[in-house]
Structure formats: C-alpha cells, structure tokens
Ligand binder design. Structure first.
Ligand code: MN
Length: 396
C-alpha cells in the first residue's frame, strides 16, 4: 500500500505572476511523482486553491492534472481548507467532485445537534477515510466539539482521518500565539492523521494517535515561508511508514540584515557587499532588513540598485521585506505572524475589547455575491447580516 499526502498548495496564491506560477508548477510536479510512484491514492488535506473561486486558467491546469490521476486510476480524496471554502459554503472543489475528479471525504449528517461523519472506502486498499473541513476564522472549533467520535473510533479496519486546523501538540514556537485545538478533539485510533492548514513540516505520535502529519505547503506561500522552508513538498506513505519528499522548483537565497543605527545610504552599501559574488543563479532571493535607521527613511534604501545587482547575477525573482525597518519618525504596526487570519486575531486582541462582534461582522461582510444575484439584493443581504450582528450586541 502506498499513498501521497499533500496540503496547502494554495494554487493561485502570490500576487506576482512569476511567483504565482511556481505554486502551480509544484503541484504538477507532486502529482507527476505520485503517478511515477504508482501510489494507490492521493490525499489533499485542504487549501488546494488559494480561493474558493479560482481563476479559470488555474482551474483548467488543476482539472487536467486531476484527470491524469483519474486516467491512471488513482483516486484523489480531499477536504476543503479555510481558503478554498467561501463563507456561503461554496467551493470549486464541489465542481471537481461532480465531474468525478476527486472525492470530498468530509461527509456526514447532523444528528440531534451533533455531527456524525461517515467513511469513504478506498476500494483497492480497503482503507477507510473521513475528515473535517477547515473553515475560516476558527469556526471549525464547533465542528470538532460537536463531532460524534464513537462510530469513528469503533470502526474496524485501517482508517485515515483528514483535518485542516492547528493542533496544540504540533504547534511550533514561532506560531505560539495562534489559536489551536488539542489533539484530543480528534477521534482516536486511526492509522494516520492527514493534516493541513499550518504551513510547517511536522509529525507527531503517541499511543492514541500513531501518526499525525503536517506535510507543509506544496510550495512556500509567502516571504517568511520561503525563508523558513526554502521549498515545498509532501509525504509519501508506504505501509504506514512515512517519508517527506521535498519539491525544489528554484533554490532560495535569503539575506537578513540587522541595521541598527545605520543610515539608509549605509544600508544600501551593506546590502551591495552582502550580495556581491553570491551564487544566485535561477534563485528566489529574499532580503529582510530590520532595525532603526539613524538617518533617512526605509524607502531611501536604494532597492532598485540592489534588485538590479541580483538580477544581473542571475536571480529568478527578488523580493524584500522591510516591515521591521524603522526610521526615527515612523513606526509601523508590527504583528509577529503571517497568516491573514492570525494577523487579524492578534490585532483584534490588542486593540478591540469586543473581539467576538468584530469577528462576526467581518464574517458577515466577507460573504460573496451569489451567481445571478443582483447587486442591490446582495447589498441588502449584507446589511441585513450586519444588522443582525449589531442587534445581537444590543441584546447582551
Ligand atoms: Mn493553508
């Protein structure tokens, strides 16, 4: 028995087209390896796409690739992540499933206010798969609290549980502020727990949960992930023995400079020295600068010149991060985290006593216009939802 476990491909993510192509390329490469390795099935633990309605070009590429898997008779099982799930619960994954290109295993029914999941059977291996989707803004918490675990734990045979949320037991130091759930919310006794959501490569094991895995993203999704992870990848599991397969599209070359008390001009010079002669052929170059400038503003650092140097030395793409570069006069708000939801969470905790109302309000306003819905109707619906949040507030 052999299967692949990937997550967080975020296809369509990255603003720059040159970078955006890379997450797609990584996904295609992963599926190619799955076919080469003749895996029995592929698991995608959420956030295949970066949005619930991806662009047509991205959608076409992914559809073609999933079709290739299907032609090889390799089933693809997945759950929706926090990104490929719209607030109205709609996701392009449903369309792919309707076309028979993948199977969403987060299937179940409501039972007396509780949630009962059912299994999807992989016919070839006899392995039973189930799981829960990830929802935006920590709404999946209730899902887990309402989950009936009895039938899942009592089910005989080999089982896989797919999830898309952060777990305390696997939380790394740099994400310690992120809200997370205890592993004990998941049903016990499965052979494998296929995770997604937290973009780290991590595994965990104890007597009740023999193998819990975060495979990390298919390709790093932002600046910090490029610095930290250097590449994406996935897990290949053979007879329950796991192995991480890194996927390198371009080498990553990272520069970090602490510039306390230097002038903008001096920083430019320091950077030039750093870069000079460094191997960066075909590389993704990240430049992070932190500290307080003695003279000049962050934008006085001559990045145009620095970027040109890098490209002259063969870099594929160059990017900078100066969020923690300050001048005497100006300080940006700093948040020590990277996912948008986490940033929102931290800012709300710091600045707003009525956190729950803000979250509900953001949720109300993040609703998308329905297909065929008139703009006036859409607006009215949003206002109504907002009114409801405010009314609830007054009742308290
Ligand atoms: Mn993700």
């Amino acid at each position: 028995m052999k299967f692949a476990h990937l997550a967080d491909c975020h296809i369509g993510g990255w603003r720059d087209p040159k970078m955006r192509d890379l997450s797609t390329t990584a996904f295609l490469k992963i599926i190619d390896i799955c076919i080469q390795e003749k895996v029995d099935f592929v698991l995608i633990a959420g956030d295949l796409f970066n949005t619930s309605l991806p662009g047509v070009d991205r959608l076409r590429i992914v559809t073609e690739k999933l079709k290739e898997l299907q032609d090889q008779e390799i089933p693809c099982y997945l759950i929706a992540g926090s990104h490929d799930y719209s607030p109205s619960g709609k996701t392009m994954l449903d369309v792919l499933e309707s076309a028979g290109l993948c199977m969403n295993v987060a299937k179940g029914s409501a039972k007396e206010g509780k949630l009962q999941l059912s299994f999807t059977l992989d016919k070839k291996t006899g392995i039973k798969i189930t799981g829960l989707p990830g929802l935006r803004g920590g709404l999946d918490k209730n899902h887990y609290r309402k989950l009936i675990k009895k039938n899942l734990e009592e089910e005989k045979g080999e089982k896989i549980f797919m999830f898309h949320c952060s777990l305390n037991e696997l939380k790394p130091e740099h994400l310690k502020e992120m809200e997370a759930e205890p592993l004990s919310l998941l049903p016990r006794g499965f052979n494998y727990y296929a995770g997604g959501h937290v973009h780290i490569v991590e595994k965990y094991s104890d007597e009740n949960y023999p193998v819990v895995i975060y495979p990390g993203p298919g390709f790093p999704n932002n600046f910090a992930e490029l610095e930290k992870l250097k590449h994406g990848g996935f897990y290949l599991v053979k007879d329950w023995k796991v192995g991480y397969i890194p996927i390198e599209i371009h080498p990553v070359c990272s520069f970090f400079l602490e510039v306390k008390g230097k002038s903008a001009e001096e920083v430019t010079m320091m950077l030039e020295q750093e870069i000079e002669g460094k191997k960066m052929k075909n590389a993704l170059v990240t430049i992070r600068i932190e500290g307080k400038l003695s003279k000049g503003k962050p934008y006085d650092v001559d990045f145009k010149k620095i970027f040109k140097h890098c490209y002259d030395q063969g870099a594929y793409f160059v990017m900078k991060n100066t969020h923690k570069l300050e001048s005497e006069e100006f300080r940006e708000i700093q948040v020590n985290t990277h996912a948008i939801e986490d940033i929102e969470e931290v800012l709300m905790t710091e600045h707003a006593p009525q956190k729950s109302m803000i979250r509900e309000m953001m949720h109300a306003f993040s609703d998308e216009k329905n297909e065929g819905e008139r703009i006036v109707d859409f607006e009215e619906r949003l206002f109504k939802a907002a009114d409801q949040v405010l009314e609830k507030k007054e009742e308290k």
